[in-house]
Structures are given as structure tokens and as C-alpha cells.
Design a protein around this ligand. Structure first.
Ligand code: PMV
Length: 341
């Protein structure tokens, strides 16, 4: 049987998505419906638009092999067989691909990340993007990036954005088909994203569970929705104008508003090191270095800097107590896929 291997990169949202659109259903609620009904469902649709950077230096590599004789689907992540939630979500995506391709053969998935998994470094984005690419290719489906973006979005909305390199947006609409789109930004500033890794541990509350808790209990959720739509529009304008300072200020505001909303629902994704890094970035800024942070659902801090300041910022932040290492990344990271023996 055929096998395919894909490489996909994480993306970091500058304008964050947090929360699902009203009426959006989870993939779990549609697992028992047919492929046709499922693809027509308003599944896992974000409540707000998001704008992200896919980055070049870190990635997921995934091989999907349809194998006659396998009794059940197998997922091996970093050499360890998986049986829990990660396996369930991966196999749910494989089920969609099987239905679309008219296959019943079981698969073996081998996947590795070049960075910590499930801790707020967007491994679900690169992971599901790589899985969608490898699975459709191995199944013989000739789908373009947009169709695969819609497929993977149903399991992980941020993964929809990793089907494209560089600046990407995902804008919800009232239609079942929803794919991310690359943004043409010829005036985009030459910037780097310095990733400050502060833990190798997985987070205790997944993004999905965190979003549900926020929507149900945060007193600020409605204000967040209004803010996030405006913030996305302003960031898009700043990117098209090529204004690094504006992009940085708005990205920082998006991360702080998202975390403030989640904090009010009892979700603390930060550690002491996260706070120390926030202060360190602001100290750099006070000393004349244009650096801005963003933080996802985990304690790591990603810092936007003009390329000329990349080394200086990385070496300063690497010395903040609690930082395990820094990784310099840049906008890029278009995914790739190939048939393998
Ligand atoms: O798509 P998920 O379930 O991995 O959630 C992504 C949530 C954030 O990373 C915090 C924000 C975003 O837009 O990527």
C-alpha cells in the first residue's frame, strides 16, 4: 500500500483565536454521521478571525502508511505508541480521509516533533497539518492546500493555518467549508520570532477545554469577542502597511486580552518564567530594542523582533532564569509532502 511523508511547521497567532462560533459543533459530535453530512456541518468554527505566522525552524514530520493486515489504527509519537486523546483525534481525521477515498484499510502513523509536544508551541497545528497532508496523499486523494486546510480545521482550527507558510489568516463565515488563506504582504517587515522554551511538559488543560471553560464562565468573554475582531482588522492593516511597531503592540494586546479572559475563568497557562519574560521584553523595549511578546495556551513566550535585533534579544532572554533554550525562527515554513516507499 502507499505511504506518504509530510513536513509541516507550527504557526503562532498574532491575532489570537479563542472560543468557538455559536452553533459550531465539535468533531466528537459528528463522528457517527456520514462523510457527506459531516463535510456539510458547521464543525469546529472559530468565534473570531485570527492572523498568524507560520515559522521555519521547527516542524513536525509525519508518515502515514495504509497497511493491509493491521487490526487497528496505530499512532506512534516520538517513538511511543499513543492510546489516549491524541490517538482518538488523529484517527478521527484518518476516518474522514478513509470515507472520502472509499478505503477501509487501517493506518500506521509515525510522527515526530522537533520541539516539545502539547505545551503551547503549536504542535497540534503542525501535527494535524502534517497528518492531513500525508493521509490524503497516501490515500490517493488529489486535494489542494485549501481543501486539506478545511479538513484539518475540523480537528484543530489552528492547524488550518499551517497549510500555508508565512502570514496566514482564518476568517470564520457561515458556511461549512472554511479554509485558511495566505496573506500577500509585500511590505511585511523583516522580522524574527524568538521562541523562549520554558518547559518540556504538556499543559494540563488543552486549548479546546480551555476555550469551553472560558466561553461558559469568563465574565469577559463577550468583550473578548468584540476586541478580537477589531484587533484582527488592525493587525491586518499594520501588516499590509509594514508597520512593525503597530504589529507588535497589537499582537501583545491580543495575547494579553486572551489570557485575561481565560484567567477570569480560572485558567492560568503562565508560569513564573512567563512573567519574568514579559518583564524582560518590556525592559528591552525601554532600552530602545523593539521587541514584543505573544503567548499561546502554555507558558512559553514568543518574541517578535526586527531581524537586526534577533541575536541580541535571544541572548538576553536565554539568561532569564527558567528559560530552557531559545529558538530563532522566521516567517516561512510552507509544508511539503511526498510519496515514500
Ligand atoms: O486550534 P487549537 O485548538 O490548537 O487552539 C489554538 C489556540 C491558540 O493557539 C491559543 C490561539 C491561536 O489562534 O492559535
Amino acid at each position: 500500500m502507499t505511504a506518504a511523508r509530510a513536513i509541516a511547521h507550527p504557526n503562532f497567532a498574532l491575532a489570537k483565536y479563542w472560543g468557538k462560533a455559536p452553533g459550531s459543533v465539535s468533531s466528537r459530535e459528528t463522528t457517527r454521521t456520514s462523510a457527506v453530512l459531516r463535510s456539510a456541518a458547521f464543525e469546529n468554527v472559530p468565534a473570531v478571525p485570527s492572523l498568524s505566522i507560520t515559522v521555519d525552524a521547527i516542524f513536525t514530520t509525519t508518515t502515514v502508511r495504509f497497511e493491509k493486515g493491521l487490526g487497528s489504527d496505530v499512532l506512534v509519537l516520538g517513538g511511543a505508541p499513543q492510546y489516549g486523546d491524541k490517538a482518538k483525534r488523529a484517527f478521527a481525521l484518518i476516518d474522514r480521509v478513509r470515507l472520502a477515498a472509499g478505503l477501509s484499510t487501517r493506518v500506521r502513523i509515525d510522527t515526530t516533533n522537533s520541539f516539545p509536544t502539547g505545551s503551547g508551541l503549536a504542535s497540534s497545528a503542525s501535527g494535524f497539518a502534517a497528518l492531513g497532508l500525508a493521509a490524503t496523499k497516501a490515500a490517493g486523494l488529489d486535494w489542494d492546500a485549501s481543501r486539506i486546510s478545511d479538513l484539518v480545521r475540523r480537528e484543530s482550527a489552528s492547524a488550518a493555518r499551517s497549510l500555508f507558510g508565512g502570514y496566514v489568516e482564518l476568517v470564520p463565515k457561515r458556511e461549512p467549508f472554511l479554509a485558511a488563506l495566505p496573506i500577500e504582504a509585500p511590505r511585511a517587515p523583516a522580522l524574527s520570532v524568538v521562541v523562549c522554551v520554558v518547559t518540556e511538559e504538556e499543559k494540563s488543560v488543552s486549548s479546546g477545554a480551555g476555550m469551553r471553560a472560558t466561553a461558559e464562565t469568563s465574565p469577559y468573554f463577550l468583550s473578548w469577542l468584540e476586541f478580537a475582531i477589531r484587533n484582527y482588522r488592525d493587525q491586518r492593516d499594520a501588516l499590509l502597511q509594514g508597520s512593525f511597531e503597530k504589529m507588535g503592540e497589537l499582537a501583545e494586546a491580543s495575547a494579553l486580552a486572551m489570557h485575561a479572559t481565560a484567567l477570569a475563568a480560572g485558567l492560568v497557562y503562565w508560569s513564573g518564567t512567563t512573567l519574568a519574560l514579559i518583564h524582560a521584553v518590556r525592559a528591552l523595549r525601554a532600552s530602545g530594542v523593539p521587541a514584543y511578546f505573544t503567548i499561546d495556551a502554555g507558558p512559553h513566550v514568543k518574541v517578535l523582533v526586527p531581524r537586526a535585533y534577533e541575536e541580541r534579544v535571544a541572548s538576553t532572554l536565554a539568561h532569564v532564569p527558567g528559560v530552557l533554550r531559545t529558538i530563532n525562527t522566521r516567517p516561512g515554513g510552507a509544508p511539503s509532502v511526498e510519496i515514500v516507499p
